[in-house]
Design a protein around this ligand. Structure first.
Ligand SMILES: C[S@@+](CC[C@H](N)C(=O)[O-])C[C@H]1O[C@@H](n2cnc3c(N)ncnc32)[C@H](O)[C@@H]1O
Length: 213
């Protein structure tokens, strides 16, 4: 019994130490969450309501028929729900740096018979998004993995339609967690207006609007 308790505590300590090291290292080098950790990204965090996929979708004001991009979609935790929300007349672009993550999204969409998701294998900030394309852009636990955040946000701003909304969600347990104040400042610098904020003790979602011209 004592040995079991010791093993559990040792494992918890290892997880805490690894995430602290990862968090410190992420200030210097940006390492995308590896695809073999996709199973972990897949899980809704039990300690935060705001970070759960269904709440992100509900808070992001996604409606039937919209065109949505999920930037840094990972294994598609949020992408699939976004596709269900926009329905058959809407479209969802799943964008990720890692082909292995996109393969997981593709498999899930196929399994559920969803044909409205297209895949974009690219990094945001590389100039692949075009202009005035999307009604909504989602960035969930991704900004901290991006080295040139302002360039990335500028590209997202340009890719949204006038009046379109960028939804940014962060959670404190992520080694790449980004402070709310910093994100508000960066988003405003590229032209967004802060529209709404949802938060709990561990997580937040910020909505930014691209002003109508
Ligand atoms: C922690 S995962 C989050 C996945 C998903 N958004 C979620 O919350 O379930 C971050 C994802 O962002 C991707 N990523 C990192 N930098 C990126 C970039 N510059 N452009 C697009 N995707 C990126 C990573 O490959 C990884 O799949």
């Amino acid at each position: 019994m004592n040995t079991t308790i010791a093993i559990v505590f040792a494992l918890i300590a290892i997880i805490i130490i690894v995430s602290l090291i990862w968090r410190l290292a992420s200030h210097r080098i940006k390492i995308p969450c590896p695809s073999w950790l996709g199973w972990m990204v897949e899980l809704d965090n039990p300690f935060s309501k705001i970070h759960k996929a269904r709440h992100i979708i509900a808070n992001s004001d996604i409606q039937n028929g919209m065109t949505v991009i999920d930037i840094g979609c990972g294994p598609g935790r949020v992408t699939i729900l976004a596709a269900e929300k926009v329905g058959l007349t809407g479209k969802v672009v799943a964008m990720d740096l890692q082909a292995a993550m996109l393969a997981k999204v593709e498999a899930k969409a196929k399994e559920r018979g969803i044909a409205t998701i297209s895949l974009l294998h690219a990094g945001v900030g590389e100039g692949m998004l075009g202009q005035n394309m999307f009604d909504r852009a989602l960035m969930v636990s991704v900004l901290g993995e991006i080295p040139k955040q302002k360039a990335a946000l500028q590209e997202v701003f340009n890719a949204l339609k006038s009046g379109g909304i960028l939804s940014v969600t962060e959670i404190i347990f992520d080694p790449h967690y980004q402070r709310l104040g910093k994100i508000v400042m960066l988003a405003q610098e590229v032209g967004f207006e802060k529209q709404e904020q949802f938060s709990d003790w561990a997580s937040y979602t910020l909505l930014f609007r691209k002003p109508s011209q």
